[in-house]
Design a protein around this ligand. Sequence first.
Ligand code: IPE
Ligand code: IPE
Ligand code: MG
Length: 230
Amino acid sequence: MKGDSLQQSRARHVAIIMDGNGRWAKQRGLPRAVGHQRGVEAVRRLVRSLEPTGLECLTLYAFSSENWKRPDEEVDDLMNLMRRFIKSDLEEFVANKVRLKIIGDWRALAPDIVAMLEDALARTAEGKRTLAVALNYGGQHEIARAAAKAAAEGDVTIETIAAHLDTADLPPLDLLIRTSGEIRLSNFLLWQAAYAEMLFVETLWPDFEPAHLAQALDDFARRERRYGGR
Ligand code: IPE
Ligand code: IPE
Ligand code: MG
């Protein structure tokens, strides 16, 4: 869009670093697991409200390749929440025409989770809006994997690397949101964020409502993207 234009632009692809579950629980004197549970509920609310946003894709950072450093008990809680979420919400995804996509090294997760995800991917393949979930995801590793594939094909360019990223079939990233007041990327969508707009909000993830996303999309529509031009 030209610099002098007031034209509003609509986001096609938003990604969210869902942060702050632990602090949400701590503020209430509750176990971290409760914060993660409430975080899942925030995901459910958001996915249910996707249609009117007009978004083609929502990408959620659910578990980073660095999150294995957390205590085993917390990692187990997160994996069990994942199992429960797929079981409880898959039918609703199918009914609401949500296409599930997973990015990251998800095939290295526990075999039963991999099997559940494969089934969920197959059953939602015809969906119209994409919910991309980043599981065991790290941006640097994603780029390294894509570059290695491009090299094996004998042609390393921006285009060939991009074509091998996990997100190759998704629209360009328009807006990256991080909740909980932290201002860093934590290894999320490093390549894709090159010209994405960014929004850092104080809201802790379990408190994130569809209205917050609507507000973010409104904010995005007013931004002027230049891509280095003028
Ligand atoms: C985000 O909440 C959830 C995951 C990283 C899986 P945190 O667990 O990081 O919450 P804080 O940052 O400790 O508050
Ligand atoms: C990023 O949050 C990962 C996810 C939200 C899944 P973290 O809480 O793990 O990030 P750091 O450790 O604060 O950078
Ligand atoms: Mg955190």
